[in-house]
Structure formats: C-alpha cells, structure tokens
Design a protein around this ligand. Structure first.
Ligand SMILES: Cc1ncc(C[n+]2csc(CCOP(=O)(O)OP(=O)(O)O)c2C)c(N)n1
Ligand SMILES: [Mg+2]
Length: 585
C-alpha cells in the first residue's frame, strides 16, 4: 500500500536521520547554497540541496542531463558539503546509492533525468524496495506546464508519476522553491517510518531554477521513542519463555538489533536462522547461528518461532506450518505480520527497542534451559563436512575470501554459484557486512552496488563476487571506480555461461541448451584497459595471494578473474522440502 502521494503537500517536519551539519542550518550561505534563517529568495534547486544537506546527506550519486542542469550547477557550488559521484549509466548511480544505504543504514540519494534515466535506474529502485533501503530518487521532468500533454518533449514518458508510484511508497513532485524543503523532509521521514524503503521526488526542468522566498529549512526534529505494545510484548515473552524448542529467524529488519538478538538467543538457547539479509546479525562464530539447512531442521522441530524483520518466505511458503508451531512476528510494517496468515503475536515497530523490552520481560517466564552450544557446534561441524563434500570447489574459494577479508570487511554477493554457496557457508561476523539483493535476486546488481558500498565505507575493504554473466551488466562502471578512485575488489568467476540457467537446462530440459553460453572478454585486459589493477587466479591459493595484493591498494579498483568449470549445484541446500503439516500457496 502506498504510504503517501504527496504531490501537492509540503510537510515541514521529518523523522530521524544522521547528525545535522551545523553550518547547513545556521542561517548562513553554504558554499553558494543559501540556507535560510528567515524566508529568503532561493531557487528550487538551492532549497532542495540545502534540505538534503540539513538531513545529513553528504553524497549524491548521479548522471546529469539537461533536465537537471540547474540542480547540477547548484551541486557544483555546494561541492564542499555534498559530493556528486557520477556514474556511466543510471543503473550504476542508483545501485551505488543502494549499496551506500545498505552498508550504512543511512539515507542516500541519486539523481537522474526523466524517462529513460528513470527507467534505467528502475531495477535498482525495485531492489531498494525489496531490501527496504532508504534510497531517495531525484528525478527530472519535462516542463511543468507540458506534463501529461504528450507534446513530444525530450525524455517524455506517459504518466511518469504513475510509473514511479508503482515502484516506491512515497512520491511527490516539487513545484515551487518553498515546497522543496518540506517535500524533502517528508520523503526522508517516509523512508524511515513503517517499513523503510525508497522514495522519489520529481522536479520539472523549468522549476529547478525558479526563485522565490523559502521559509527556514529546519533540521529534522529528533523523534522520541515510539510507544511499545506492552501486552503484545508480554504475550511474546510468555510464549517464548515457555517454549521447549524456540527458534529465531532474522531478516534485513534485524540488522540494527544485533546485540538484542544475540542476548535473546542466549537466554532462550534458540538458534538464529539467517538466509540472505539477516546474515551477520548473530555472529557466525556462535554455534547457534545457522543458515538454511540447519534452520530447516530446527523449523521442523520448533514449537515457537520468532521472525524478526523477515518475510519468513522460505519457511512459510516451502517448509510448512501446523498447529504445533506458534509464529511470533516482529516487523516495522504493520501489514506484514498477517500477510501470509495471522501470527500468534504481532509486534510492530523497530526491532531494537521491542527486543530490549522483550528481554526485560522474559526472565520470569523463561524456563531453565540447558546449553545447546555443544550440540549445535557438533551439528555445525557435520554440516560443514557435508558442504565440503557436495560444494567443495565453492567452499575452497569462499574460505580464502573469508580469510582475506578482515572481521569488518564487507562481502557483496551476486546471483552466481559462489554467491549461492556464500549464503550457506560464508561466515558473517558483523551486521551490515554481508550485502545481498534479498528476494529480488536480480542478476547484475552486485558490482555497481558494491561500488556504492565501498564509496560509503572507505574505511574497510569491500569485496564483490560476480559471475561472468552478472559482472557484465554494469562492468562499464569500472570507469566510475577509476574516476572516483573507489578501491573495490571484484572477483569474477568466469565459467563462460549463465551457469545457473545452463545447469537447469541440462538437468530439467534434456540438455537443450539455449541462450546460456557467453562470449567473454579477457577480463584482465578489459579491466586493465580502464586503468584498474587486474590479475587472474586459477586456484584458491592463487586467489588468496591476489586478494592480499588487492586489499593493499586503496586508490583504485582491482578485478580478479577466476576461470572455473561447471560448479556443483547448491540447490539441494537451498530449496528444502516441506517438513510441517499444511503449506499454503
Ligand atoms: C535481472 C535478472 N535477469 C535474469 C535472471 C535469471 N538468472 C539467474 S542466475 C542467471 C545466470 C547467472 O550467470 P552468472 O552471473 O555467470 O553466474 P553463474 O551462474 O554462471 O555462476 C540468470 C540469467 C535474474 N536472476 N535476474
Ligand atoms: Mg557464469
């Protein structure tokens, strides 16, 4: 459901964001961007940029064009407060904003021209929606008076607003300078309230330069703690405390509640299952931290499950439910808990304060529990052995990647054989250090998203893994990495195929291979031609040596090509059978 269609509204308050730069709100000019102490004449572009700065944004990922020239000229003048990082294709700009948002948890923005620019960025916007990432899209428009008239203006697209509104929950068009700060504030507030996610603001080519008095640009008011539903939390505490075999399942919505999830897991001796976006919430070195297969075994035996910030897609849709399993849902989106079927208890709001209260209320209800650490450590060892037997080649590479990346190094995965195996076997130690596309699983997201991750987290090494298929979706952004000196390391596993598709055709379609073989460039020479460092590694030890060299370079990108043959299928570990009663469509 749409949160808002705020085309004509101009709200003036906003939700929480990062620290507010003082100079942006002190009533002084900020590098050519006037920031109001009292209503002062400003252009729409100036008011918009000042509002972005006031909300703590320090970067905008962008690809320019005539519709946004005035905005870019304003960004030029504000360059000491907000960096403009330009990409080579709009999908690159939007994926970079997405990566920066997923890595930091903070609002990030991108700006593109209307029509084709918007559409070029749309897969990233879709993935921002799917991963609940606070990505603000600033989208240009044809002249205000011509909107909707189909007069054939440059980049005109029928019902641009309607298209955007299908992609994001909050959309508005800025039509005057005075509206801009309020609309920016409302967009950012909407991205951080309820289910977080992207928002979009449009502005017409002739409106960016319109000048008019703009009221003071307020920094976002700090929002107080949301009220807690004591009854629901207490009921959850009773059920969890009384559970013989509790299980916790975490998704992306639990990333900022790692300490609470860890404490709850210890109190309940409950395993914590994460598939993609919940990885790292419980440190993988904790034996109670499980991926799909062990989580599937636990689901079969659990009597109470607590799902935190997750759709519970695999368990509910594939593994099944019965009356012996009580499902408690904690979600920021009030509509989520009952979507599949009404839960035993619904907890709505931010995971962190709700879990903190749950932990306070739990002890009187919690039964004495023997430690499960030894049992789980034994099962983890058995599972690792099984994976080594079945997916040995993938694990060989993943092991050297884990050893090379420091504890807080970030892995950005892709829809590729090594990526699938990473979901099962790559140990994640910290929240936000494993970046996954979630349920969109859109091929080609990885490299450009990882550029945004590395751009926003210049303090840690970031590693992108791609297949040869996925890498080529955005490989041109190597030029962006060079231009903006982004020290990302990318490992391209080249099997000369859309390998996953190819294997399905071999196994399920009588080996009738179609549209799955790839003609590749020499990835080393390709990367070098951009000015990137590049090398080829054929074995895990060679990859280890190449990664050590790559992580020492901090002034530009490295591409490592790893030629591989067909890799063993991970799907027996990912598509797991129904283990409980009825399953629902
Ligand atoms: C946007 C998008 N298009 C198509 C697909 C379908 N798809 C899933 S995996 C895959 C092949 C991946 O090839 P590659 O990146 O080389 O990885 P490999 O399986 O060979 O390791 C395709 C085409 C998808 N998931 N997303
Ligand atoms: Mg491939």
């Amino acid at each position: 459901m749409l949160k808002a269609h705020a085309q004509m509204t101009a709200a003036t308050t906003s939700g929480p964001q990062t620290a507010v730069p003082k100079a942006a709100v002190a009533g002084v000019a900020v590098a050519g961007v006037a920031v109001a102490g009292a209503a002062v004449p400003m252009t729409t572009a100036q008011a918009t940029v000042a509002a972005l700065i006031a909300h703590g944004l320090d970067t905008i990922y962008a690809l320019p064009g005539v519709h946004n020239d005035v905005l870019f000229d304003t960004l030029f003048k504000a360059a000491d407060r907000i960096r403009t990082v330009h990409s080579r294709h709009e999908q690159g700009a939007a994926y970079m904003a997405l990566g920066a948002a997923l890595a930091t948890g903070r609002t990030q923005a991108y700006c593109v021209v209307p029509g084709p620019g918007l559409l070029n960025s749309s897969a990233a916007l879709l993935t921002a929606y799917g991963t609940n990432a606070p990505v603000l899209a600033l989208i240009g428009h044809i002249p205000q008076a011509a909107i909707g008239r189909m007069l054939g203006h440059l980049h005109e697209i029928r019902d641009q607003a309607g298209i955007i509104e299908r992609l994001v929950d909050h959309y508005a068009r800025i039509q005057t300078p005075a509206q801009a700060p309020g609309l920016v504030a409302a967009a950012i507030a909407s991205m951080r309230s309820g289910r977080p996610g992207p928002a979009a603001l449009e502005c017409a080519i002739d409106v960016w330069g319109t000048r008019a008095p703009v009221p003071p640009i307020a920094p976002p008011a700090p929002s107080g703690p949301a009220p807690l539903d004591e009854d629901a939390i207490s009921s959850a505490a009773k059920r969890l405390g009384g559970a013989a075999r509790p299980l916790i399942v975490v998704g992306g919505g639990a990333q900022d509640a790692a300490a609470e999830v860890t404490e709850l897991s210890r109190l309940l001796q409950a395993p914590v299952l994460a598939f993609r976006r919940g990885r790292g919430v419980l440190d993988a070195r904790d034996p109670l931290s499980v991926t799909l297969p062990l989580g599937h075994e636990e689901w079969a035996k659990a009597d109470v499950v607590l799902g935190i910030g997750t759709h519970l897609h695999n368990p509910l849709n594939q593994w099944g439910l019965d009356d012996d399993l009580a499902v408690i849902r904690l979600d920021a989106d009030p509509e989520e808990p009952a979507r599949f079927q009404p839960p035993a208890v619904a907890l709505v709001g931010d995971a962190k304060p709700i879990l903190r209260r749950l932990i306070d209320l739990l002890p009187p209800h919690n039964q004495a529990r023997p430690s499960r650490r030894e049992e789980m450590a034994g099962r983890q060892a058995g599972f690792r052995q099984e994976l080594l037997t079945r997916l040995g080649p993938q694990l060989g590479f993943l092991d050297v990647i884990r050893a090379a990346l420091p504890e807080d190094g970030i892995l950005v995965e892709e829809v590729t054989q090594i990526g699938f195996a990473a979901r099962l076997a790559y140990p994640v130690y910290r929240p936000r250090s494993y970046i996954s596309p979630g349920y969109q699983d859109n091929l080609g997201w990885g490299f450009a998203t990882a550029l945004g991750v590395q751009d926003a987290r210049r303090d840690v090494p970031v590693l992108a893994i791609s297949g040869d298929g996925g890498f080529m979706f955005t490989a041109g952004e190597l030029a962006t990495a060079i231009r903006h000196r982004i020290p990302l390391t990318t490992v391209v596993f080249a099997d000369g195929a859309f390998g996953n598709v190819r294997r399905i055709q071999e196994e399920r379609y009588g080996n009738r291979l179609i549209a799955c073989d790839l003609a590749n460039p020499d990835f080393v020479r390709f990367a070098e031609s951009f000015g990137a460092a590049a090398e080829r590694a054929r074995t895990p030890p060679e990859l280890a040596a190449a990664l050590a060299r790559a992580f020492k370079r901090r002034d530009g990108p490295t591409v490592i090509e790893v030629p591989v043959g067909p890799l063993p299928s991970p799907w027996e570990f990912l598509r797991l059978p129904r283990v409980r009663g009825r399953s629902r469509p």
